[in-house]
Design a protein around this ligand. Structure first.
Ligand SMILES: C[S@@+](CC[C@H](N)C(=O)[O-])C[C@H]1O[C@@H](n2cnc3c(N)ncnc32)[C@H](O)[C@@H]1O
Length: 326
């Protein structure tokens, strides 16, 4: 896990996790666009105090992605149960399989690992492209609504591709196809057995939902902590009200999410939201300041590649909105 030099709080927190779990703790199994690992230390300083006392016993994360925040808080604070959700069906499928069939999944991944290790580079690329084309070819007729053995096979394919693709990033195109090219790694670790088992154990008390974030509302009460990490608002299109992020999340969706935030607040749950700060690009763009004006808003620095132009890379600010004072 890459740590910032100023992340001593995070290091202390991770030690706390390690000391209770025998040196190992469950970590994200996919590298995910918009992953929040590098901001955990900032979040840790701003989580509600009531998390530490166990007064909040349910954790809800409606945009789970790679789950960096989920894995962190679930192992640091005494939550009794959790609810996670995402609109990406392949991702949700993988979480379900890790929870329900981790042994079978590990066996399939071990099989991939030995096939891959025995091949030269050209053979590895062929294997990669064959698995990718099987995965995409099966997608149309695949039943994402009914759990079955085909799910285990698909999760193994997804994890195999994720570990052997270029940049190791999970990415699908607008029609849901996995289109990342082959990555040339000498010894990619395809099976992370220990981590998958830790993740599986952690997911046993987790409700896993597929679909829109609004599905989570019925699981929220006054003893719940909610963390919201919606798709980033596209920085370059900040002046257009209809701007869509790569995930198809529009400004109208951001407004809908604010209404969800209000509903969560009315239920007396504690809620925290993070998003990109549009003022990084346009200092006059007060979109989130206006939208969340009745709540506590703080800005923190994040390192993010926001532009293919290298000059525009570097530290930019990220917004954190909270409905609690401490
Ligand atoms: C910024 S990412 C979350 C990253 C995550 N916090 C992490 O650390 O990896 C946003 C996620 O929202 C999901 N998403 C997009 N639209 C959604 C919607 N309407 N409801 C629920 N999830 C959605 C995307 O599939 C993506 O996984």
């Amino acid at each position: 896990m890459p740590l910032n030099p100023d992340s001593s709080t995070l290091i202390r927190s991770l030690r706390r996790i390690r000391s209770t779990s025998g040196n190992e703790y469950a970590k994200p199994f996919y590298k995910w666009a918009g992953g929040k690992t590098q901001l955990l230390h900032e979040f840790d300083l701003r989580f509600p105090q009531t998390l530490r006392t166990g007064a909040l016993d349910r954790y809800v994360e409606p945009f789970i992605g790679g789950g960096a925040v989920f894995f962190f808080v679930m192992q640091l604070f005494p939550f009794r149960e959790s609810v996670i959700c995402d609109a990406n069906e392949e991702l949700v499928l993988t979480y379900q399989v890790i929870r329900q069939d981790v042994d079978a999944l590990i066996n399939l991944l071990k099989d991939f690992q030995s096939r891959y290790d025995a091949l030269d580079e050209e053979g590895r690329k062929d294997l990669y492209l064959n698995v990718r084309s099987d995965l995409n070819g099966d997608r149309k007729g695949f039943d994402f609504s009914q759990y079955g053995t085909a799910w285990v096979e698909r999760a193994a394919q997804l994890l195999f591709l994720n570990k052997t693709c270029f940049n190791g990033l999970f990415r699908v195109n607008s029609s849901g196809e996995f289109n990342v090219p082959f990555g040339k790694y000498r010894n990619p670790g395809i099976v992370h057995e220990c981590n998958l088992r830790l993740v599986s154990a952690l997911l046993q008390n987790t409700t896993i939902l597929h679909g829109d974030f609004s599905r989570c509302l019925e699981y929220i009460d006054d003893q719940t902590f909610v963390y919201l990490d919606p798709p980033y608002r596209p920085l370059s299109a900040s002046s257009s009200f209809t701007a869509y992020s790569r995930d198809g999340f529009s400004d109208q969706d951001q407004v809908r999410l604010k209404e969800f935030f209000d509903s969560v607040d009315r239920l007396a749950a504690s809620v925290m939201l993070s998003n990109s700060d549009p003022r990084n690009e346009d200092p006059t763009d007060y979109f989130f300041d206006d939208l969340y004006q009745q709540y506590r808003i703080e800005r923190v620095l994040a390192k993010r590649i926001i532009n293919s132009n290298a000059e525009k890379r570097g530290a930019i600010s990220e917004i954190i909105v909270m409905n609690y004072s401490e």
